[in-house]
Design a protein around this ligand. Sequence first.
Ligand SMILES: Cc1cc2nc3c(=O)[nH]c(=O)nc-3n(C[C@H](O)[C@H](O)[C@H](O)COP(=O)(O)OP(=O)(O)OC[C@H]3O[C@@H](n4cnc5c(N)ncnc54)[C@H](O)[C@@H]3O)c2cc1C
Length: 306
Amino acid sequence: MLKSNQNYYSVIIIGCGPAGIACAIQLKRSNIDFKIICKKFGGIANNANNIENLLGFPNGVSGQTFVSLLKQHFENLSIQFTKDNIQNISKENGDEMFHIKCENGEYYSKFLIIASGTIPKKLNLLGETELLEKNLLNYDIFNFSYQNTIKSIAIVGSGDAAYDYALNLAKFPVKIDILQRSEETKCLPLLQKRAQDNSNINIIKKIKLKSLIEDNNKIKLKAIRESKEETRYYDLIFVTVGRSPNITFLSDELYKIYRNSINLSHLYFIGDVKNKHYRQISISMGDGVKSAMKITRNPFFRKKNE
Ligand SMILES: Cc1cc2nc3c(=O)[nH]c(=O)nc-3n(C[C@H](O)[C@H](O)[C@H](O)COP(=O)(O)OP(=O)(O)OC[C@H]3O[C@@H](n4cnc5c(N)ncnc54)[C@H](O)[C@@H]3O)c2cc1C
């Protein structure tokens, strides 16, 4: 593959969440040619109700406002992103370049940054897929648009995302049940306190879900609590029971590199995709800036700029 090929870039970034965006801005400042590809601009930051731990936002900022500022930053720097779905990424032994196959095109690059974040874990319950297809169940909140037919919502989970979703949805005239499997709540104490103080939110602990089925355009949820079977009805359900690294598109060879945390000067995994328990915006952004600076210092670009 020749560098003159229109599908060749020195650097390709996968993902336009905080990690990929920070990387792109830093590369732009160093005048390095790159392409950034994603499915959803802003990534899962779009889901956040109120981001309160970001420097520069003393009063907090909603996820959607934060993402619109990131978009503005891209526009000010004339950075364009390509909306596409990555299907496969490979680099076989001996290949000089990464091969990135998307739904609508394919690209090659010398350096590759993978900032693809995470994917939600499923409940793996009977009826889950059908409810998802009918838009009665969701894992993300950014697609939610309130309709006055929605009176009751269940949120499954006990972490920050579950409580953040509940507080976000409690702005509407709806009754929200947070359904958590254990007694223990895993979210930040301040989120827990706000949920407890909100009259629209009810926290139900030690509930084990058994099945979810559609019944007259409602969700019929069967569960076990205190050894008794119970049935609950909701208009909508959100599932936030954890997230896994989003790496399904990696070739076997690249997956081995990811799994064994092998450091290479041409390939970087940044942000939530590799941060396990430390999935935060500022950490992702720091990863983005650092990977771009490492690439800039690579002899490949040093020679080019001499
Ligand atoms: C409800 C909620 C509240 C949160 N609140 C806070 C908070 O208050 N403070 C804080 O610091 N953090 C918060 N977070 C966490 C924060 O949003 C993440 O840590 C951050 O967004 C991770 O950035 P990232 O760039 O690594 O990944 P992501 O934001 O997940 O971005 C991944 C990118 O990869 C793209 N992508 C993935 N797969 C493909 C594919 N196959 N093809 C093309 N593109 C693909 C996506 O479209 C997206 O653009 C919150 C998260 C949630 C869910």
